[in-house]
Design a binder for this molecule. Sequence first.
Ligand SMILES: C[S@@+](CC[C@H](N)C(=O)[O-])C[C@H]1O[C@@H](n2cnc3c(N)ncnc32)[C@H](O)[C@@H]1O
Length: 274
Amino acid sequence: MITLSSKDIKELCSSFSVDEHEAFVLLQHVLGTPYSSLVLSKEIKISKEQLFAFKSKLKMRFDHVPVAKIVGHKAFYNHDFITNEYTLDPRPETELIVDLVVKYFPNKTDTLSILDLGCGTGCIGLSILDLYPNAKLLLADISTDALTVAQKNAIRLKIDKRCNCVKSDWFSNINAKFNIIVCNPPYVAENYNLDFDTSHDPKIALFGGKDGLDAYRNILPEVHKFLVPNGLLFLEIGINQCDNICAIESRLKVVEIAKDLQGIERTIVFKVKN
Ligand SMILES: C[S@@+](CC[C@H](N)C(=O)[O-])C[C@H]1O[C@@H](n2cnc3c(N)ncnc32)[C@H](O)[C@@H]1O
């Protein structure tokens, strides 16, 4: 066994240019020891093989592989979600959708039907489903690999009995109406230069055509067919896209435009006009 002191960890972080918090997440993954006890330990016992594995993960991070892609999971709202090369790593700003659903549907015992369109890991829909014990969820994505991940996450959260998965090109395979539709579509314009970390997410989860708005032009004209009366659509948007997106479909009325913690317009709540 080798002993790593706090000073050794700091030195490893600086030689691989990795932030200390991220290094502890990687170490937690290698050792299976809780993060908090690693951070508080003055000395950490580690085998030669584990040290090798830790260093190879630090090297991956040095090469800009996101921590979530290295360890295979990421925290979102109240839970940790499996993620892989086929799914977008859940983003903190997307948690706003869950908060807005709770704001507009305050009764947790409601019997709601929810659609997560372009579900990826399922982080949005499953976080909501977990809060509403009488709700049902349909997870939809064009990627069967993403749906496999979403299904695993549902099982991990022990709420898989209340959810179904469907492969669908937006609404093409959806045949029901919902109280809640949540959607975080790909919205990056095709010529946009991604930072190194984002470039590890699947292209289909990121790019929305020339101006980033292709998915909105597909989804919004269909929404009125898939919401029950008083149903709501919670739609994530990219920076400076709000006005163009609100202008796409005249049958929908904007209920709220919510900003994220950075003050960026991030989620539009729509309802169908009466
Ligand atoms: C930005 S990611 C969002 C994933 C997840 N909902 C989240 O917020 O982390 C967009 C998702 O839309 C899916 N997608 C892209 N084009 C689609 C289409 N035509 N029909 C259905 N889903 C699509 C992608 O596979 C991806 O999972």
